[in-house]
Design a protein around this ligand. Structure first.
Ligand SMILES: *[C@@H]1O[C@H](CO)[C@@H](O)[C@H](O)[C@H]1NC(C)=O
Ligand SMILES: *[C@@H]1O[C@H](CO)[C@@H](O)[C@H](O)[C@H]1NC(C)=O
Ligand SMILES: *[C@@H]1O[C@H](CO)[C@@H](O)[C@H](O)[C@H]1NC(C)=O
Ligand SMILES: *[C@@H]1O[C@H](CO)[C@@H](O)[C@H](O)[C@H]1NC(C)=O
Length: 362
């Protein structure tokens, strides 16, 4: 009979020699055991820079992260570039393919990339400080990637022009919204595509979409563009459901979250460190900082940590009735289905027109 002590030794031997022949190296890592200040010192010694590519559709969208990080860690520079995740990922692929990786960390909406990059051996396994507090659904068990924060779409409108709050998606069919809706092309952004997928499943399919088209919405590129025009078009556009805004927005905005089960989009924006990152210590500092209670609680929106309360009086993300935060990664993983749906909408509303939302100054 094998003693339980021996079993433990055997088990840990098996774990610590988890050489992965496909990856070509040992895939087992422990959770970070240094303090944040020890990582900070290592990152300074390395050069004091970390290059992050973050998904998004306005150049300044991560300025608050940059500012918070650089204030917390004097001497560090967060060299962050925002672009559509679907463009960042193909450019990361190119760096990997040519062996010229100059980005340290990626934080993208394209959740299907992470398991692929992991299986290609392109990622550095790292379990940041705070990893144990992450919801299991938001972390790769081997530590190759994990959620940074939860992003979501919300209904929003200009209260100077819209007096009756919007609750569910049928409210966008009210006569007052004829010619007043401003929506992001679902065929330009997969998270917007997923919103239409969920709404049409919940609202009984194509009929709702036909009624929406009869409202003659304006279609734009970028999920942040509707907010700009809702706030400064003098009532030309008054409401949207594609894109996000803080859960406690300032005037003239109001916001609501649909409550029908699995009806609005939320997902863990997910981060990873590239295996050949030029600044691995800087990237480790960034990831550990992002998962810190300090950052997660201050950021607003829902946390990826199970020990932090929901924002603005909302319950934690897994207890919010109108969304299932695990579904977006499933949707994104089925690229053939995504492509079929994308072309379905492209056939109805045409291909996305206009400059990249990062260039259009809206
Ligand atoms: C911390 O982790 C490193 C790398 O996994 C390991 O070599 C080291 O022994 C650990 N130190 C402590 C004090 O646990
Ligand atoms: C900042 O990031 C860009 C790529 O996004 C890279 O070309 C540049 O070299 C980086 N700067 C530093 C100082 O690492
Ligand atoms: C909105 O109205 C203000 C004041 O009349 C005017 O200055 C501004 O140009 C208008 N904006 C648009 C987009 O029509
Ligand atoms: C905002 O909407 C909520 C309902 O979602 C409503 O109770 C509240 O009165 C609205 N506020 C304004 C300023 O319209």
């Amino acid at each position: 009979m094998v003693s339980s002590k021996l079993l433990f030794v055997l088990a840990s031997a098996a774990v610590s020699s988890a050489f992965d022949p496909q990856l070509g190296y040992n895939s087992f890592v422990d959770v970070e055991n240094r303090t944040i200040d020890e990582i900070y010192q290592a990152a300074l010694k390395e050069g004091g820079t970390v290059t992050l590519w973050h998904g998004g559709d306005e150049k300044n969208q991560q300025n608050s992260l940059k500012q918070a990080f650089e204030e917390r860690f004097p001497g560090m520079t967060l060299n962050v570039t925002v672009d559509l995740s679907k463009y960042h990922d193909v450019n990361i692929d190119r760096q990997i393919a040519t062996g010229d990786v100059y980005v340290d960390s990626v934080a993208l909406q394209t959740l299907h990339d992470y398991p692929r990059w992991k299986s290609q051996g392109a990622l550095l396994p790292y379990k940041p400080l705070g990893w144990d507090a992450l919801y299991k659904d938001f972390r790769d068990a081997d530590g190759y990637y994990n959620g940074f924060y939860v992003l979501n779409w919300a209904n929003r409108w200009n209260t100077d022009y819209v007096k009756e709050p919007i609750k569910e998606f049928d409210d966008f069919l009210r006569p007052e919204f004829k010619n007043k809706l401003i929506l992001t092309y679902p065929n330009d952004d997969d998270a917007v595509l997923f919103a239409f997928d969920l709404i049409m499943k919940q609202q009984g399919g194509y009929e709702w979409f036909e009624k929406l088209l009869a409202q003659k919405p304006r279609w734009v590129r970028g999920s942040a563009t509707p907010n700009t025009l809702i706030s400064n078009s003098n009532g030309t556009y008054t409401a949207s459901f594609t894109g996000s805004i803080g859960l406690t927005p300032s005037a003239p905005f109001n916001v609501s979250l649909p409550t029908a089960p699995n009806s609005f989009v939320s997902w863990p924006q997910t981060g990873a460190i590239l295996k050949d990152a030029p600044h691995p210590e800087g990237a480790k500092l960034l990831h550990s900082y992002i998962l810190s209670e300090e950052f997660q609680a201050a950021r607003g929106g829902w946390s990826v940590r199970s020990d932090i309360d929901g924002p603005a009086g909302y319950p934690k993300i897994f207890d919010v009735p109108g969304t299932d935060v695990t579904k977006f990664s499933e949707f994104m993983a089925d690229r053939a289905a995504v492509e079929r749906l994308r072309f379905y909408f492209e056939d109805k509303i045409g291909s996305a027109q206009g400059l990249s939302p990062l260039e259009d100054n809206l």
